[in-house]
Design a protein around this ligand. Structure first.
Ligand SMILES: Cc1cc2nc3c(=O)[nH]c(=O)nc-3n(C[C@H](O)[C@H](O)[C@H](O)COP(=O)(O)OP(=O)(O)OC[C@H]3O[C@@H](n4cnc5c(N)ncnc54)[C@H](O)[C@@H]3O)c2cc1C
Length: 491
């Protein structure tokens, strides 16, 4: 079978589904949009055999943004629970930092079902049970995608643009058959987190808001339980939880070797659930809404987004573009913001009949300006934090994090550590001077990271307006990142 369309979107997760809707909306229905997903209609948007792996948390700001931009609504039951913020708790449980404003806990199994209704209203044609295998290229342009249906029959979908929204294990981007500025691979050892979680109901054994709070998502920093990552306990109701953790493979290997242990992701998740003193009698939730989605593991990229998101006739979005925030692996928000920007770009490019790298370039520029400009600085901060032992993290949170930093984190900006970067302040404040003397290396590291963050953000604000300036810009970026890695002793 051979089909023709204007835009073929591969992957019906949040990135692909909302990009498809956005193209349909901004082209005023003039573009034919096909959305290809390997799942059946009932399991639409399922990431992996084990389920719709996710912590399920999304900020109110991100969900409002996509709803307002596309004129759609999400509500109960796909929006399962409301929270007032996110609490980060230090390894010694002595410091709590509240950041991030209101948010929601989604039901990721039900969310795609509501999304499907919106897609149908926008006239997007959804192909279920179709696996995209490879790109079709001609004259240096991507021209379509080769797929296979569930019964094994081949399908060729020819398109002016192919959107790769197939998630973190994308085979399309990895095997991109044209010359392009886009990077094809990620450093899996350092920039990919193995993550997993349970969705459970339970009884509360005790009241302890540092372990479970129905009004707040809780993040536990603990390099022993979640080496190179963090643990989370996100409420989905008064007695229901999404609980899990993420680890960096290199950090887990180091931790196991140092302690003579053989833990893996699954054993660590079980230890974390057992460590939670509030949760008693944990069990799978009853009912259809969570069936087949109780325990799920998958991988999340935690790097800056791909330095270039476009090629001739080809674009990447969501996890396929490494968009999750490097510091907390939150990928739904960036995917939703990017979808709206990309939908607009594609509608314009098709109208202008220019789907070349240059014709699609504004997606790069607009994404960087609206969302992506901070991600490289978060990548450096994340890499640095991964080198710190629990003891330093607890100390830093208690003594070096200022109210300004907390406000920055709330606004999802990089903390600037003014306590440490202001030389006069350190000099004048006897208590602070003492703390800096206690941990000079930590103080120097945080101060360096804050300075590097400023440099990286200014560099991103100079992201080239046209493809011609890209190689020079990228060489500067790589120099900055290399210098940070060397200075901080990061592998
Ligand atoms: C355990 C875990 C916890 C997380 N917690 C959070 C959180 O709390 N908050 C948050 O914001 N983010 C979280 N994330 C990240 C977030 O889930 C992702 O960033 C988000 O789902 C990315 O959306 P996407 O559309 O890019 O990709 P995906 O959601 O992965 O969707 C990709 C879709 O493409 C389909 N597909 C893949 N390959 C093909 C193919 N070849 N052909 C056809 N279809 C294909 C898949 O089946 C799937 O339907 C978490 C991730 C994990 C793994």
């Amino acid at each position: 079978m051979r089909l023709e369309c204007d835009v073929a979107v591969v992957g019906g997760g949040p990135a692909g589904a909302h990009t498809a809707m956005a193209v349909a909306k901004f082209s005023k229905g003039n573009a034919r949009v096909l959305l290809i997903d390997r799942n059946t209609r009932e399991e639409f948007g399922k990431k992996t055999k084990s389920g719709w792996a996710c912590g399920d948390a999304v900020s109110k700001r991100s969900l409002d943004h996509v709803m307002n931009s596309l004129g759609i609504r999400y509500e109960w039951p796909e929006v399962e629970h409301h929270v007032d913020g996110v609490l980060v708790i230090s390894p010694d449980h002595e410091t709590k930092v509240l950041f991030d404003g209101e948010g929601y806990l989604l039901n990721r199994k039900l969310w795609p079902q509501r999304t499907l209704k919106h897609l149908e209203r926008f006239g997007v044609e959804v192909m279920f049970g179709v696996d995209a295998r490879s790109l079709i290229a001609e004259d240096g342009f991507v021209k379509g995608v080769r797929c296979t249906s569930r019964d094994g029959s081949p399908i060729e979908v020819m398109a002016k643009v192919v959107v790769d929204a197939s998630g973190s294990a994308s085979v399309l981007r990895t095997n991109l058959p044209i010359a392009a500025k886009m990077e094809r691979e990620i450093d899996k050892e350092h920039d990919m987190e193995g993550t997993g979680r349970y969705i459970l109901e339970f009884e509360r054994a005790v009241e302890d808001r540092t372990w479970f709070d129905p009004r707040y998502c809780i993040i536990h920093l603990d390099q022993f339980l979640a080496p190179g990552g963090y643990c989370w306990t996100f409420p989905k109701g008064e007695n229901k939880v999404n609980i899990g953790l993420g680890v960096q493979k290199a950090a887990l290997d180091r931790r196991n070797a140092a302690h003579g242990l053989r833990d893996n992701l699954a054993s660590l998740i079980d230890q974390y659930v057992r460590a939670n003193r509030v949760i008693s009698n944990p069990r799978p939730p009853e009912g259809e809404a969570d069936r087949g989605n109780v325990y799920s593991v998958w991988q999340v990229p935690v790097r800056r987004q791909n330095d270039c998101l476009v090629g001739n006739g080809f674009v990447v979005v969501g996890d396929a573009a490494w968009m999750p925030r490097p510091i907390d692996a939150g990928g739904i928000g960036p995917a939703l913001y990017a979808s709206v920007i990309l939908g607009r770009t594609l509608a314009e490019a098709i109208e202008a009949n220019d789907v070349s790298e240059a014709g699609l370039w504004s997606y790069n520029v607009n994404y960087v300006h609206e969302y992506g400009y901070q991600m490289a600085s978060f990548e450096v901060l994340r890499r640095y934090l991964q080198t710190l032992p629990n003891d330093d993290i607890s100390f830093g949170m208690k003594h070096f994090l200022s109210q300004d930093d907390i406000e920055s984190i709330k606004r999802r900006e990089h903390p600037r550590f003014p306590l440490l970067t202001n030389f006069l302040r350190v000099l004048m404040d006897g208590e602070l001077r003492k703390r800096v003397r206690e941990r000079p290396k930590l103080a120097r590291g945080l101060s360096y990271v804050a300075d590097k963050s400023r440099r990286l953000i200014s560099l991103y604000l100079e992201y080239p307006e046209r493809p011609e300036g890209f190689e020079r810009w990228r060489a500067r970026l790589l120099r900055e990142l290399r210098e940070a890695n060397e200075k901080l002793g990061i592998a």
